[in-house]
Design a protein around this ligand. Sequence first.
Ligand code: NAD
Length: 499
Amino acid sequence: MQQTTNSSTKQSSASSWLDSSRWSGKRFYGEWTVARSTLPVREPATGEILGEVGESQPEDLKSVVAIATEAQAGWAGKSAEERAALFRRTAAVLEAHRNELIDLIIRETGGLRGKAQMEVQNSIEELLHSAAILVHPEGHILPSRDPDRLSLARRVPLGIVGVIAPWNVPMLLAMRSVAPAIALGNAVILKPDPQTPIAGGVVLARAFEDAGLPPGVFNVINGGAAVGEALVEAKGVRMITFTGSTAVGRRVGELAGKNLKRVALELGGKSPFIVLDDADLEAAASAGAWGSYLHQRQVCMASGRHIVLRKVAAEYVDILTKKTSALPVGDPFRQDVAIGPLINAKQLARVDQIVKDTVAAGARLMTGGTHEGPFYYPTVLHNVRSGMPAYDLEIFGPVAPVIVAEDEDDAVRIANDTDYGLSGAVQTGSLERGLRIARRIRSGLVHINDQTIADYAEIPFGGMGASGNGSRFGSMTNWEEFTEWQWLTVGGKPARYPF
Ligand code: NAD
């Protein structure tokens, strides 16, 4: 473990924009209101309490939906330029408080400074892209059956969109749904994960508030499964976007289907990272380590299986193991480390069990496999095979399972030997081989000579198979996700009928 080096400087940088006196013990239903009960928010590295947010109850949904419904009509009536300007102002608010937000994200999620910087930057970009899509055409003029009537297909807001977000990248994964949904004229009710409701809820509420979003267009409910299910079932909520585990996604999809709601599901992954025998092994091991250890591998797109051709497997594992055992582990807010804490003790116990069971089933532990407090040491498992837990299960911890493949076809077979299909990567010295393999991988994202983790506002982000239900987030596709079609005809004179 790294020794404490720089706590006082970083802690003293806290400023007052997020001053808890404004939101402590409160919920944001169009405005800050005092809640009957509160939820404490803990820093995973130390257990220190960072704040307390107001807890919501399932029965609150009726009044939150009423507030959002009233606000949405006025908001959708504003011009596209007025809405776009609001998003540019919201981006400027985040920009002005960038350093405070980065410190908060590090502490609340246990992630590295670089990951927090990326999260704030990408959240700002989501806001700016949401302003930019408002210059896109809103529909089509259709061929008309009657030359005296105009026939139009236009996109209209859905009404109220419910957003359920996870804890791992809380601000960004909320923002990538919240921003385009509101920009396109909807009101939003957001439910952040109860472990990260400050970065994932309070920050968005404060930013929209400062930018001048009309009250009630954006609302935050705090709580766990019961409050989440109440949101999915709430009458008046027309769409749910859910980012989280496949198990909970299935439940959300089931409830949304029963209630005839549109639902966008962005779920788990077990993404293949393929290393061919002509790859630059040093670069491949560096990319593979990043893909498996970034944010302690608590990322849906993480490189979940290193699939390496037999000819280079021993050398690749040797380089990966050396890199892995050199990574410093500790509290990312107070120390200069590469690996921080896992989010909670239950997750850590699960990771540890998967590693132990995989070793018991015959895999070789090259490094790691131990932990100190909430810190799990980065782990390389070699000769992992089908049927072992580290081959089959999504591991939300810093573990790199290495699987040996005989040839290209075998590598593709192993890559697709999973229900998930979120991301994938191929490392090779040959563009031709890379393209040949990439085209055969069944995943929503795939990269040649890179690792598996990347997400930007402008790309169509989403997974295949058990990684989602076909929805795609991103400025290319947000019009499709967050609006619906209306056919409108207009004639100057009343139409005549024989009756
Ligand atoms: P989770 O499914 O446990 O929780 C996600 C959210 O759902 C939280 O807000 C939680 O409170 C809420 N929730 C829990 N039970 C619910 C229910 N019955 N009804 C409604 N809401 C409910 O996931 P997590 O542990 O927070 O996140 C990790 C998982 O998310 C991993 O599987 C990861 O791969 C996935 N993930 C996917 C993406 C993506 O874009 N595809 C991004 C990040 C994380």
